[in-house]
Write a protein that binds this ligand. Structure first.
Ligand code: CUA
Length: 155
């Protein structure tokens, strides 16, 4: 079967692009271990006020210097607020919502998770230096969504 030179070039270009796209998915997943979150944890959104972890919006230091921050998002605020954490220590955020879906984004960092009623979103981040950060909600949650902000202080 005769295939024109230009046709062959475009066929191989197509194959190369598909191979590149597959590589872009496979290399980070296998080599760099970058995968979708596997953490699935549920919590009763109606019982958060009596929940041992989320009732008080706790900031809990661990023995190794890392800190666990348990955040409850609700229309239209975060608890605790402000959040105070140390610099250069792994900070694990555990985030849930008591009512509707909210966002928890620490502006200028990679900390960005959904706060979903019934589920706990968990991620760990190390703040390299002291400073004040704005926490914003990036899921439309109601009339005062635009006013749903918090403060995170790194010392
Ligand atoms: Cu909470 Cu938008």
């Amino acid at each position: 079967m005769y295939i024109d030179l230009y046709e062959r070039i475009w066929m191989w270009a197509g194959v190369a692009i598909i191979a590149m796209f597959l590589g872009v998915m496979i290399v980070p997943a296998v080599v760099m271990a970058i995968n979708p979150p596997s953490h699935v944890e549920t919590v009763d959104p109606a019982a958060l006020s009596s929940h041992p972890e989320f009732a008080s919006g706790a900031i809990t230091p661990r023995d190794d210097g890392s800190v666990v921050v348990s955040v409850v998002a609700s229309t239209f605020a975060y608890g605790p607020d402000p959040i105070e954490v140390p610099a250069n220590k792994p900070i694990t955020f555990r985030i849930t919502s008591s009512d509707v879906m909210h966002g928890f984004q620490v502006v200028g960092t990679n900390v960005n998770a959904m706060a979903i009623p019934g589920y706990v979103s968990q991620l760990t981040y190390t703040f390299p230096r002291a400073g004040e950060y704005l926490v914003t909600c990036n899921e439309y949650c109601g009339l005062y969504h635009h006013a749903m902000v918090g403060k995170l202080i790194v010392r």
